[in-house]
Design a protein around this ligand. Structure first.
Ligand code: MEV
Length: 422
């Protein structure tokens, strides 16, 4: 049985962890080597990915355990430099597991490409014309990518908006494109450029300027909810503390930015691990959080009739499992570990991780505070800096955390004493 419920995963050595991951995801020896080799991006590949390449940059990849989403077990690779994120997600997922796991769903993977048309005297006439002749526009768009069409994707519909701007009214045409398992910015940008002359022709006036994807992917959403039993998260006071934290974020943009940042700690780490575009996801998430004219939390927290905590989330998930940089050797292995079969499934995982990350942060903030978790890892670094090796790292860290003296000089003293005792 493939189970993501692995207690004390953090206590294992890296090799022991890799052994578990290898079995869980049927990795080959070569794939394990890629993981051990910090991602294995060759310089010549880096040189093909961007301009002026001089090297590659690696980040730690950790595995979030305990995730059960729609009844399926996931081990989730997260690429992130920040301590406590992987532990927080794993811990929250364990609690959600006691409430039945995460329930997730998603829309079709529809991206928006925008075409901007300015200088039309009677934009509402043009809008009506464009909508009535949308098939002509869709036909041109779909000629651009026969492969996508054969996979069931392609341009499906258009939206036409007339917006007021500082310069003048503008017509903004949205091409709605199902990009299937690709994130799809290249294909939608190509389509937008291809349909622009037809849009100008149908509008019979004006000038086309921008033709580009929108990162506010409101038609490519993932949702998840989970029940966190009150008993497991620490009782009624903790539930109420979390609800107060949520109310704070809902009422105050200064808090809300941090609330949503915590959610994105989890989401962006998985997006990074799969070599998707973290900036696109961040931009989409924060714009989506403001969609009703007020910056709001991406999650929602409620108490059910039994006093248990129920969390839910809805986020745009413009991510792919093919194309783009997902060919990155480590991203390929990470996608295999995840075991997602479609971009929609990856989006659902992102929603669940975001929700878990938010629960972990709010629970810590409403109780012991966030520093305790951070300090543990920080203390291990300090212990290593003081010269501790192997088991002694944890021993020294434990003592300096207990003493609240997380300093290299104290770590050295503690280490000397422990070594002398041996
Ligand atoms: C830190 O990276 C994230 C938190 O600040 C999130 C939050 O405050 O909700 C802990």
């Amino acid at each position: 049985m493939r189970s993501s419920r692995i207690s004390d995963f953090y206590k294992l050595s890296i090799d022991e962890r890799l052994k578990i991951i290898k079995e869980f995801s049927s990795l080959t020896d070569e794939e394990v080597e890629t993981l051990k080799n910090s991602g294995g991006l060759k310089l010549e590949d880096a040189d093909r990915m961007i301009e002026n390449a001089i090297g590659a940059f690696s980040l730690p990849v950790g595995i979030a355990v305990n995730f059960v989403i729609n009844g399926k077990d996931y081990l989730i690779p997260m690429a992130i430099e920040e301590p406590s994120v992987v532990a927080g997600a794993s811990n929250a997922a364990r609690i959600a597991g006691e409430g039945g796991g995460f329930h997730a769903s998603s829309t079709e993977p529809i991206m928006i490409a925008q075409v901007q048309l300015v200088g039309v005297q009677d934009p509402n006439r043009a809008r009506a014309e464009l909508l009535s002749r949308k098939e002509e526009i869709l036909k041109i768009a779909n000629e651009q990518d026969p492969l996508l069409l054969s996979l069931g994707g392609g341009a499906k519909d258009i939206e036409v908006r007339v917006i007021d701007t500082e310069m003048s009214q503008m017509i903004i045409v949205h091409l709605l494109v199902d990009t299937r398992d690709a994130m799809g910015p290249n294909v939608v940008n190509t389509m937008a450029e291809a349909v622009a002359p037809k849009i100008r022709e149908i509008a019979d006036a004006g000038t086309v300027y921008l033709r580009i994807v929108s990162n506010l992917a409101v038609h490519r959403l993932a949702r998840a909810w989970a029940l966190f039993p009150s008993k497991t998260i620490g009782g009624e006071d903790v539930v109420d503390g979390i609800l107060y934290a949520y109310a704070f974020a809902s009422a105050d943009p200064y808090r809300c930015a941090t609330h949503n940042k915590g959610i994105m700690n989890g989401i962006a780490a998985v997006v990074q691990a799969t070599a998707n575009d973290t900036r696109a996801i961040e931009a989409g998430a924060h714009a989506f959080a403001s969609i009703h004219g007020r910056y709001a939390p991406l999650t929602c927290w409620e108490k059910n009739a039994d006093g248990d905590l129920v969390g839910s989330i809805e986020v745009p998930v413009a991510v792919g499992i093919v194309g783009g940089a997902t060919r990155h050797p480590q991203a390929k292995v990470n996608l295999k570990i995840l075991g997602v079969k479609s971009s929609r499934e990856l989006g659902e995982v992102l929603a669940a991780v975001g929700l878990a990350q938010n629960l972990a942060a709010l629970r810590a903030l409403a109780t012991v505070g966030i520093q305790r978790g951070h300090m543990r890892l920080h203390a291990r670094n300090i212990a290593a800096m003081a010269g501790a090796k192997g088991e002694l790292i944890d021993k020294v860290a434990e003592i300096i955390v207990r003493e609240k003296k997380i300093r290299v000089d104290r770590a050295r003293e503690v280490l000397e004493k422990l070594v002398a005792k041996k």
